[in-house]
Design a protein around this ligand. Structure first.
Ligand SMILES: Cc1cc2nc3c(=O)[nH]c(=O)nc-3n(C[C@H](O)[C@H](O)[C@H](O)COP(=O)(O)OP(=O)(O)OC[C@H]3O[C@@H](n4cnc5c(N)ncnc54)[C@H](O)[C@@H]3O)c2cc1C
Length: 507
C-alpha cells in the first residue's frame, strides 16, 4: 500500500539540505567510520520524516544526481562515501523507537542506534531484538544485511523478527513513493519485505521505518525477553605460552565445540562465544563466553567449553567472571567510538572449523615478524548457528543458515602511506586461509560464503577475486536470482546502487 499519509510530524517542516559552504557540512560529511573513504558530496539531505525522504529522493531522480543513504555510518566499505555520489541522504535525525498499535509491532526509525534500540525496548517493555554487538551501529544499515550478535544463537537474527518495512522506492517512471511491505502471506508487497531480510542495505530503496514483531508471538510476547543480567567469562593466553602445536589445538578445540553445539535448541546454543587471535605483540589470545546469568545450565556449558579449550591447549589460565545487568553488559562502546582511522575487514561463514593446516597457516601469519611488524591486526572466530539455523535458506533473503562460526579479520592503521602494506597483509592472510577454495569461502567447496553486513568489495574485483565464484554467490548464495527479480520490480532504474547492491535481472 502507498503510505504517504501515515508519517509522523518531524522537528522541521521541510527537509534540510546542507551544501559545502554550510557550517553544518563538516559534521555531517565526516560521519563514516572508515577514514580510507573521504567524501565530498555536493549536498547532504537531512530529512525528519518519511515524506521528506520521498521529496529528497524525487529531487535527486529529477535532477539526475546519484544518491546514497546513511544511517549509523558504520559501513566497512565506500558504499556511501564514494566519489561518484552527489547527494547523501542522512537519516540520523529519524531515530524514534516505539510501539505502533495499528500493526501491533515495535516501530523503529533507521537513524536509531542499536544501543538506543536495546535501551528503549528493554526499559519500555523488557524485550529485545537480537542484533549487533556494537551499540553505535545504525539500525538503518544493519537490519537488511541480516543483523545479528550476542543473542542470535538463542533468538535468531534481527530479520527473523522483522514484521515489515516502510521503504521509499523509485519506480520505472522515476516516481518516488513510500511503500509498506510486510511478511503477511497476502501482502502484495511481500517480496520487498523479503528482500530486506538479508538482501543487503541500500539496494532496493530507503527504509524509513522497521516494524519488529516475532512470528511465533501469540501468547508469548511480541519480541523475545531480554535477560536480566549477563555473565561473561574470559580466559586469556599469552603468546609466550603457545607454540604452533598448542595454538592449533586451542583454535581447533574452540571450532570443534561449535560443530557439536550449534544445532537449533542445543543447550550450548545459549552461549555467545568469541575467540580473539591478535597478531603477536598486539595482545593476548582471548576466549570470551557470555550467557544469561539466570540460566545455571548455560553457565555450566560455558565452563565446559572453557575447560575443553584449556585441555586442548595444555595450559590452564585464570578465568575471569563478571556479571552485569543487561544494559550495562550490552551498551559497551565499540573500538571505533570517537576514533576515525583506516581499516580493512574481511570475513567468512564457516560450516566447520578450519582444518589443522589452515590454522597452522594462520599461526604463521599472526606470529611472523620477518616482514610485517604491525600489531593492530587480528582474526576472530565468532559463534553462529543455534536459532539462526532453525530458518530455511530461502525463508529469508539471509541464506547463511548452516554455518557454526563467523571468521572475521581486521587491520587498523592511521597513515595513508601504509595502505598497501596493511591491505596486502590482510588480503594475503585471508587468501591463505581459503587457499583450497581459490582464496574465498566458496559455499560450493564446504565453506559458508560471506556476510553482506561485513561489506568487502574485494570480492567484486577480478584482480583480487580470481576464484571464479561471483561476489553475489558468496553473499546471497541460492537467493540471488530471486533478489534480482525483486530489484527489477522495485528499483528497475538502479536509483539505489553501490558496489555490493543486487543488480536487476540480466545485469
Ligand atoms: C565496529 C563495528 C561492529 C559491527 N558489529 C556487527 C555485528 O555485531 N553484527 C552485524 O551484523 N554487523 C556488525 N557490523 C556491521 C554493520 O551491521 C554494518 O556495517 C551496517 O551496514 C552498518 O549500518 P549503519 O547504518 O551504521 O551504516 P551506514 O554506513 O550508515 O550504512 C551502511 C549501508 O547501509 C545502507 N543504509 C543505511 N541506512 C539505510 C536505510 N535507512 N535504508 C536503506 N539502506 C540504508 C547504506 O547506504 C550503506 O550501504 C559492525 C560494524 C562495525 C563498524
Amino acid at each position: 500500500m502507498d503510505d504517504n499519509t501515515r508519517t509522523a510530524p518531524g522537528p522541521w517542516p521541510e527537509p534540510v539540505t546542507v551544501d559545502k559552504a554550510d557550517p553544518r557540512y563538516p559534521d555531517l560529511v565526516g560521519r563514516g567510520v572508515n577514514a580510507r573513504f573521504p567524501a565530498a558530496p555536493a549536498a547532504i539531505g537531512l530529512p525528519a520524516t518519511a515524506g521528506q525522504v520521498v521529496r529528497l529522493v524525487q529531487d535527486a531522480v529529477d535532477t539526475g544526481r546519484r544518491l546514497a543513504v546513511r544511517s549509523g555510518g558504520h559501513c566497512f566499505e565506500s558504499l556511501v562515501d564514494h566519489p561518484e555520489v552527489d547527494v547523501v541522504i542522512d537519516l540520523s535525525e529519524m531515530k524514534a523507537v516505539g510501539f505502533d498499535p495499528e500493526t501491533r509491532a515495535f516501530a523503529v526509525e533507521p537513524g536509531a542506534s542499536l544501543g538506543a534500540l536495546y535501551r528503549t525496548l528493554f526499559l519500555g517493555w523488557g524485550v529485545t531484538v537480537p542484533a549487533g554487538r556494537c551499540p553505535e551501529i545504525g539500525v538503518g544499515g544493519h537490519v537488511p544485511g541480516g543483523g545479528g550478535g550476542a543473542l542470535s544463537r538463542r533468538y535468531g537474527l534481527s530479520v527473523d523478527h522483522l514484521y515489515g518495512v516502510q521503504v521509499v522506492v523509485a519506480d520505472g517512471s522515476g516516481r518516488a513513493r513510500l511503500v509498506t511491505a510486510t511478511r503477511e502471506p497476502g501482502d502484495p508487497n511481500r517480496d520487498l519485505w523479503w528482500a530486506h531480510t538479508g538482501g543487503g542495505a541500500g539496494a532496493f530503496g530507503i527504509v524509513t521505518r522497521y516494524l519488529f514483531r516475532s512470528e511465533e508471538a501469540e501468547g508469548r510476547g511480541l519480541l523475545p525477553p531480554a535477560p536480566a543480567a549477563v555473565t561473561k567469562k574470559t580466559a586469556r593466553w599469552s603468546w609466550d605460552d603457545l607454540d604452533e602445536t598448542r595454538f592449533v589445538a586451542l583454535v581447533r578445540a574452540f571450532g570443534r565445540w561449535h560443530e557439536r553445539n550449534s544445532a537449533p535448541g542445543d543447550p550450548g546454543a545459549q552461549l555467545d562465544n568469541s575467540l580473539t587471535l591478535p597478531r603477536a605483540g598486539g595482545g593476548e589470545i582471548t576466549l570470551e563466553t557470555a550467557v544469561d546469568a539466570g540460566r545455571p545450565d548455560a553457565a555450566e556449558q560455558a565452563d565446559a567449553l572453557i575447560a575443553e579449550v584449556c585441555r586442548a591447549a595444555g595450559t590452564t589460565p585464570e578465568v575471569a567472571a563478571d556479571t552485569r545487568p543487561f544494559l550495562a553488559a550490552t551498551l559497551v562502546p565499540d573500538e571505533f567510538a570517537g576514533v576515525k582511522g583506516r581499516f580493512k575487514s574481511k570475513a567468512a561463514f564457516l560450516r566447520a572449523c578450519w582444518d589443522e593446516d589452515a590454522v597452522a597457516r594462520l599461526y604463521r601469519r599472526l606470529t611472523d615478524r620477518s616482514g610485517y611488524q604491525h600489531p593492530a591486526a587480528a582474526f576472530y572466530l565468532l559463534s553462529h548457528g543455534g536459532a539462526i539455523n532453525a530458518v530455511g535458506e530461502g525463508e529469508t533473503a539471509m541464506a547463511h543458515r548452516d554455518a557454526v562460526l563467523k571468521a572475521y579479520g581486521s587491520v587498523f592503521w592511521w597513515d595513508e602511506r601504509e595502505d598497501d602494506v596493511h591491505l596486502g597483509w590482510i588480503r594475503e592472510t585471508y587468501h591463505e586461509l581459503f587457499a583450497d577454495a581459490g582464496g574465498v569461502p566458496d559455499p560450493g567447496r564446504g565453506y559458508g560464503g560471506a556476510f553482506v553486513n561485513y561489506a568487502d568489495a574485494d570480492f567484486t574485483d577480478p584482480e583480487l577475486n580470481r576464484s571464479g565464484v561471483p561476489w553475489h554467490r558468496l553473499y546471497f548464495r541460492g537467493n540471488y536470482a530471486r533478489l534480482q527479480e525483486v530489484k527489477g520490480r522495485w528499483d528497475p532504474r538502479e536509483v539505489f546502487r553501490h558496489a555490493l547492491s543486487v543488480r536487476p535481472p540480466g545485469v
